[in-house]
Design a protein around this ligand. Structure first.
Ligand SMILES: [Mn+2]
Length: 291
């Protein structure tokens, strides 16, 4: 049966079975529920979110039409409800559903303030929640992994793979706290955590070094990396043979939204092995009802 185990904030997905992967929801409850529907339809699957679960549009549909319609389809921000449903799902499937921490999620548990539709996104989201819900939110985010590996040879990060050296001691010493005063523009080069959450691109050499470093630290050997964080309007980009940028939800057209469905018993050696219609699938196939 497909399951996650986590050590030093590195989650490992073991097969046989299937791994479904979804990036950057940013409070899109409809897309979250669609991923859960796809997960429940599988007989033996794990579900991995790549982070940035929360913080969506705080604008009306009319205002969206003026400001953002040329970029992406409108949806309402339902971050708090995404949290509630994800927490329940993770309780139901503790070994089969998890998320990586994203830079937006980090803002609730020690990261710098992020601004998108609000000057303080985490403060704005928490203001929509009951005070008694907040410890649970912080507890869940505080234990999320930062990296995932898998028996099918694919690794996952929220931002692009870090290009700095790290080892088990680096991961052991890592704390989510204490980043409140780090300027956003410096996060990607501040330290390993900053790089994992904020890096926007990684070279072929940098990605290969990350995969080598991960294996040298005693984690599973992987041949290709997948990340979110950066929006790809088309749903995915094969950045180079070792790196796929996946966009499932935020900042794009509904028809272009893509998720990954990987066979954990297979071995993916390059992102050319992720085929459209096989591993790269539309979140809403043509003809799927729009509600
Ligand atoms: Mn992000």
């Amino acid at each position: 049966m497909a399951t996650f185990t986590t050590e030093l904030r590195v989650a490992d997905v073991q097969g046989p079975g299937v791994l479904l992967v979804c990036s950057d929801l940013h409070g899109n409850l409809q897309d979250y529920r669609r991923m859960v529907e796809l997960f429940r339809a599988e007989s033996d699957a794990t579900l991995l979110f790549l982070g940035d679960l929360f913080h969506g549009p705080a604008v009306s549909k009319a205002e969206w039409t003026i400001l953002y319609e040329h970029l992406a389809d409108w949806y309402p921000d339902e971050s708090a409800q995404v949290y509630r449903e994800l927490a329940t799902l993770m309780d139901e499937f503790p070994d089969r559903v998890t998320s990586l921490l994203g830079n937006h999620d980090h803002a609730h548990v020690g990261g710098p303030v992020v601004s998108k539709f609000h000057l303080d996104e985490s403060g704005a989201m928490e203001a929509t929640m009951e005070p008694q819900e907040l410890p649970g939110l912080r507890e869940l985010l505080g234990r999320l992994p930062l990296i995932a590996t898998s028996t099918c040879g694919v690794s996952f990060t929220h931002g692009a793979p870090p290009e700095r050296h790290f080892d088990r001691d680096t991961l052991e010493a890592l704390s989510l706290r204490g980043y409140e005063r780090v300027p956003l523009y410096a996060m990607y080069r501040y330290d390993l955590l900053g790089e994992l959450l904020w890096r926007r691109g990684s070279s072929l050499e940098g990605t290969e070094q990350f995969l080598t470093t991960l294996a040298a630290a005693g984690f599973r050997t992987c041949d290709v990396g997948v990340h979110g964080h950066e929006v790809v309007e088309e749903g995915f980009e094969r950045v180079h043979p070792r790196l796929l940028n996946l966009s499932t939800s935020f900042g794009m057209r509904r028809a272009n939204k893509r998720y990954l469905r990987l066979e954990l018993g297979d071995r993916y050696q390059s992102c050319a092995d992720f085929k459209e219609g096989m591993e790269l699938l539309p979140l809403y196939p043509p003809g799927h009802p729009v509600d």
